[in-house]
Write a protein that binds this ligand. Structure first.
Ligand code: PEP
Ligand code: MG
Length: 602
């Protein structure tokens, strides 16, 4: 009989959200830990065992880091770096040695005592992200314990899949390093995985998305409910796992996989097609990127340009700040890869949930110990506010972006503007940066346009003065929703209230697009709404002509564009904008979607 397990489904646009395969239980990660006291004369020996195990794991992680293929998702390298950092942290690397010396206990025991101490510290932090990082510490320690026990890395023992068979890994937890290792093994065809631990923001979830594998996480006692070799269907869309499904269920999932594969093949054929509505309105589909390496993926997906380059990721997870040359290299690389297609580079959006390391902050003169997270970080010193508070930081970045404008079509985008005086100050800084470059005889495009993000309701309600000063606008709907509805976008307890179909949000979006149209100021949407296929027609109906989204969404949105006509889109938008209730709005959109499918079938 079919057994059903329930957890948190994780999928990305890159997969069908379904995997069918044979269960493979990964060796339990709770190792049998020997605990015993030692004689003083054995202290050196135990410390040497610890040192040896640490250095074996160090080489293991370094090797994996070197193996990261150039095209691999950025998160992969970042997680390996994080595990390497954890391994070298004195709290883990030195404290167990002291415990061996002072308490006269064996290496394994000392390491597990320290592990519990470090995890206790992490788990007391009231933040899902940090709480989940204790799992990273556990994974690193388990690696060391395995080496102390004389074993091999856990994934070295994964059984070989028979011809074409996919393996669905069932584990307590999967370390990013292990996932990467498995993904790159030629003899293992990985279908997806099920873990007992992990939440929606865990590294396992983030990596699964970027590796394009479906997963169901947080399934209690999964390893006791599945037997090695069981036939497993993983349905990440619904967050469930079917163990030994019956023939009917299996056939239904196979059919879903087949339809998805067909659809993907169809979408790939759209790559070279120009995005035009049925009645010939051209729509620009650009990509959002976080690192220069992502530009290639954007091009491969057929992006018309980069609509949002989130530069803050170049500044995060490091102890120094990137200097002008390093920034220039990064920005110029994107401009070169895009070969003349527009590249919108957003100035630093640091603050709120994106913080600089303490050492990097010290280089800005911020005293050590100053809290990084104020009581209301999303309303605090963030984005343009941060840049105006640290003029050198801002000027350095502006010079680097301007220099990159000499090798491509670069536009400067300023985030989180709320006040007109912020625009005026930002523009004054751009002018100052240009003077500085002229003094140094450095090349730049003097006409590189400066635009602003509309992501604060106050900005969306002051459009005339914004339009007067800025060359283009970009609707950051992720933040616009957060600030319009007073929902912290990082707080899962209010996530159910975060609604892009709230009439107030839609009104602000529509007004901004209309104001842009009237004044001939280009307006794009670069928040997640732009990549939501079900909103493509609505946004076109509101008058939107430029979308920017994650590269993986571009073809699916293009398909909708090709299927939309201006007239029907305008009708849809006017119906939606007349509705005052998100439930009604949803119903209107669903009806439009059904009509679209029916029209296609004819
Ligand atoms: C937005 O707020 O919609 C946006 C695109 O910016 P970010 O998600 O980086 O805050
Ligand atoms: Mg934003």
């Amino acid at each position: 009989m079919t057994r059903e397990l329930v957890g948190i489904g994780v999928r990305s646009a890159a997969n069908a959200g379904i995997a069918i395969g044979r269960a493979h239980l990964l060796a339990p990660s709770e190792l049998d830990i020997r605990q015993y006291t030692i004689e003083r004369r054995d202290v050196l020996h135990e410390v040497a065992r610890l040192n040896n195990a640490f250095s074996l794991v160090r080489s293991e992680l370094d090797e994996l880091r070197e193996d990261v293929a150039p095209g691999a998702p950025n998160e992969v390298g970042a997680f390996l770096d994080l595990h390497r950092m954890i391994l070298d942290d004195p709290l883990l690397a030195d404290a167990p040695r002291d415990l061996v010396r002072t308490r006269l206990i064996n290496a394994e025991w000392a390491l597990t005592i320290q592990l519990e101490e470090v995890c206790r510290q992490f788990e007391s932090i009231e933040d899902d992200y940090f709480r989940e990082r204790s799992e990273d510490v556990r994974q690193v320690v388990e690696r060391v314990l395995r080496r102390l026990a004389g074993g091999k890395p856990a994934t070295a023992v994964v059984r070989k899949a028979s011809d074409g068979e996919r393996l669905i890994l069932i584990a307590r937890d999967l370390a990013p390093a292990d996932m990467l290792h498995l993904k790159h093994r030629d003899d293992v065809v990985l279908g997806g995985f099920v873990t007992e631990l992990g939440g929606p923001t865990s590294h396992t979830a983030i990596l699964a998305r970027s590796l394009g594998l479906p997963a169901v996480l947080g399934v209690p006692a999964a390893r006791e409910k599945v037997i090695e070799g069981d036939l497993v269907v993983l349905d990440a869309e619904a967050g469930r796992v079917l163990v030994n499904p019956d023939a009917g269920e299996l056939a239904a999932f196979r059919e879903r996989l087949r339809v998805d594969a067909e659809h993907r093949a169809e979408l790939r054929r759209l790559k070279g097609k120009i995005a035009r509505t049925r009645d010939g309105i051209a729509i620009e589909l650009c990509a959002n990127i976080e690192a220069p390496e992502d530009a290639r993926e954007a091009l491969d997906a057929g992006a018309d340009g980069i609509g949002l380059y989130r530069t803050e990721f170049l500044f995060m997870n490091r102890d120094d700040l990137p200097d002008e040359d390093e920034q220039y290299e990064a920005y110029a690389k994107v401009a070169r890869v895009m070969k003349g297609k527009p590249v919108v580079i957003r100035t630093l959006d640091i603050g709120a949930d994106k913080v600089l390391n303490e050492t990097a902050r010290a280089s800005l003169g911020i005293a050590a110990g100053t809290p990084t997270v104020e009581s209301n970080p999303a309303l605090g010193l963030r984005a343009i506010r941060y840049c105006l508070a640290y003029p050198e930081l801002f000027l350095t970045q502006l010079r680097a972006i301007l220099r990159a404008s000499s090798v491509g079509t670069v536009r400067i985008l300023v985030p989180m503007l709320a006040h007109v005086h912020e625009i005026d100050q930002a523009l004054a800084f751009v002018a100052r940066a240009k003077e500085q470059l002229k003094e140094k005889r450095q090349k730049f495009d003097a006409r590189a346009p400066v635009g602003g993000m509309i992501e604060v309701p106050g900005a969306a309600l002051s459009l005339p003065s914004f339009i007067q000063r800025l060359k283009f606008l970009s609707l950051g709907t992720n933040d616009l929703i957060q600030y319009t509805l007073a929902i912290d976008r990082a707080d899962s307890s209010v996530a159910h209230l975060y609604d892009h179909l709230h009439p107030a949000v839609l009104k602000l979006v529509a007004q901004t697009i209309r104001a842009g149209e009237r004044s001939r100021t280009p307006v794009s949407v670069c928040g997640e709404m732009a990549g939501e296929c079900d909103l493509t027609g609505l946004l076109i109906g509101m008058g939107l002509r430029q979308f920017s989204m994650h590269p993986s969404q571009i073809l699916a949105v293009k398909e909708r564009v090709l299927d939309t006509s201006r007239r029907s889109a305008i009708q849809l938008a006017s119906r939606v904008l007349r509705a005052a209730d998100p439930v009604v709005i949803r119903a209107v959109l669903e009806r439009a979607s059904l009509e679209r499918v029916a029209a296609r079938a004819h």
